[in-house]
Design a protein around this ligand. Structure first.
Ligand SMILES: Cc1cc2nc3c(=O)[nH]c(=O)nc-3n(C[C@H](O)[C@H](O)[C@H](O)COP(=O)(O)OP(=O)(O)OC[C@H]3O[C@@H](n4cnc5c(N)ncnc54)[C@H](O)[C@@H]3O)c2cc1C
Length: 480
């Protein structure tokens, strides 16, 4: 048996194309791939059942793709990450592995797991190699003049683009070549994992798994919607955004592949050219920004407010209001339609993520962590960095967040972004008979009709309450 066998440990990089960890492993010797099935850990992290199902379906597709490269995909069953170092060491001993390769993950638990694995493997003489395959630039490589991690997105973006103007922007790597066949078979990927229900067939059909599906989506978006993205991206009734987030979160497609595709459609430009392409590139850079924040400020992983003083906000304990928000029964149609979209599809339009998050944290004055958790438990694209970043932005507790006094009015957001009420009508059929004017805020006589509730909160006085709750907080440095 060859002593130079390499193990590629797959996590949120479920692809063969443009995968630095896979490329590094192939460069050093024959490769085996593994994925760790950790249901108890996933539950502790609030991973959604539809996301776990998407991972399993993606792994199945990937295993087929890997077979063509003669790389067997093995599974390691290890409910909690605390036990992974031992399980991985045993797996490596059994399969005579010389080195383990992976793409780094940046949250605290993931880093601790990897550190413990690297130490355990070192004792067996097995080397550990981490690449940065899921970001555009390694965290720590885009810093302020005083060598700190940027807290303001626009400054981060400017510095990153300036660095690329010198070094060139990142390009996807060539597709790997097949290795010589190994005498080992791949493990079967289970259809389900304990504790995670299989989602509906309708939900699964919205998110076909695998690289081919992801690349087809990327191509279709680049061909038909990218150039209009700036004008269409806020309209939830239209397919104006890429809907690539589940694929990016699971790493079925890489940020580099997306960036490259947008650049190609924009005559090679990143910051100039077509407005739609530039705007989409900026959204990809938001993803990158929050990953650098996650890596640079570990408190984000621990669900601490980025702005320490906002830990003192007196959030309301209002379980009934929280339940109404979760189930789409607040009496504010755009919020309810959004929340029902989430429950039915595992996804929510970005504009509505902001609207529903602001409604929860400002109008209902409920702690952003309750909303962050609910999103994570239901999103197929749930991703700690982006979800935490989005929630803390909306709650005005985060980096570069919305100022606390800028509170979206959900009714005006609805009138502006769903002017004909198509989106609301789709998700709230009980309101489908209302005209385009009254559907955003049915008059009181219409409440109760077909069981649609009256608003659970007055938008104007609750806005004032939220502003007051934030207004007199001490400055961060005043807190011991
Ligand atoms: C409260 C809240 C929670 C969120 N939770 C998540 C989450 O768990 N996972 C997640 O991937 N995104 C999250 N986002 C960001 C954003 O809403 C989604 O990435 C986007 O709606 C996905 O749709 P799309 O693929 O069509 O995006 P597109 O508009 O096509 O954008 C392309 C890609 O850029 C990235 N992106 C776009 N906007 C953002 C953003 N504001 N922050 C970070 N990345 C962005 C995503 O990877 C997205 O797939 C959240 C935003 C908010 C306000």
């Amino acid at each position: 048996m060859s002593p130079s066998r390499q193990l590629w440990w797959l996590r949120n990089d479920l692809r063969c194309a443009d995968n630095p960890a896979l490329n590094a492993a192939l460069a050093r010797g024959p490769v085996l791939a593994c994925f760790v099935i950790s249901p108890a850990q996933w539950q502790a992290h609030d991973d959604a059942a539809c996301k776990v199902d998407f991972w399993l379906r993606s792994l199945r597709e990937l295993s087929r793709e890997l077979a063509a490269l003669n790389i067997p995909l093995k599974l390691i069953h290890c409910p909690l990450w605390a036990d992974v170092p031992q399980a991985l060491s045993a797996f490596c001993a059994e399969h005579n592995i010389a080195a383990v390769h992976s793409n780094a993950e940046y949250a605290v638990n993931e880093r601790q797991r990897d550190q413990a694995c690297a130490q355990a493997l070192a004792k067996q003489g097995i080397s550990w190699h981490a690449e940065h395959g899921n970001v555009l630039a390694a965290p720590g490589s885009v810093l302020t003049n005083s060598d700190t991690v940027f807290k303001v997105y626009s400054q981060f973006r400017k510095r990153l683009l300036a660095q690329w103007s010198l070094s060139g922007s990142p390009c996807p790597s060539p597709y790997p070549k097949a290795q010589a066949a190994l005498t080992m078979s791949a493990d079967a990927i289970p259809p389900t994992v304990n504790g995670f229900a299989t989602p509906t067939a309708e939900l699964q059909a919205l998110w076909p798994a695998g690289t081919d599906a992801a690349l087809a989506r990327l191509r279709a978006f680049a061909d038909s919607a990218l150039l209009d993205y700036k004008t269409q991206r806020d309209l939830p009734a239209l397919p104006g955004t890429s809907q690539l987030s589940p694929y990016l979160a699971a790493g079925v497609v890489s940020l580099r592949q997306c960036l490259y595709s947008a650049q190609m459609a924009n005559d090679g430009q990143l910051a100039d050219g077509n407005d739609g392409a530039v705007q989409w590139i900026n959204e990809l850079l938001w993803r990158e920004f929050y990953l650098h924040i996650l890596a640079g400020y570990p408190r984000v992983s621990r669900h601490r407010a980025f702005r320490p003083e906002t830990e003192l906000v007196a959030w309301r304990h209002a379980p009934e209001d929280l339940a109404a928000w979760q189930q789409g029964r607040t009496g504010i149609p755009i919020v309810d339609a959004a929340m029902r979209q989430l429950l039915a599809t595992g996804w929510m339009h970005n504009r509505l993520r902001m609207v529903s998050a602001m409604f929860l944290t400002k109008n209902l004055l409920i702690d952003w962590r309750a909303g962050e958790r609910w999103f994570m438990q239901h999103l197929i694209d749930g991703d700690l960095a982006a979800n935490n970043g989005g929630w803390q932005w909306s709650a005005s507790t985060g980096t570069d967040a919305a100022p606390y006094f800028r509170v979206f009015n959900p009714v005006s957001q609805s009138q502006r972004n769903d002017p004909d009420g198509h989106f609301i009508r789709h998700w709230l059929p009980e309101l489908s008979s209302l005209d385009a004017r009254s559907i955003h805020q049915p008059s009181s006589g219409l409440f109760g009709v077909d069981h649609y509730p009256a608003p659970i909160v007055d938008l104007s006085s609750s806005r004032q309450r939220a502003i007051a709750a934030f207004k007199n907080l001490p400055k961060a440095q005043e807190i011991a």
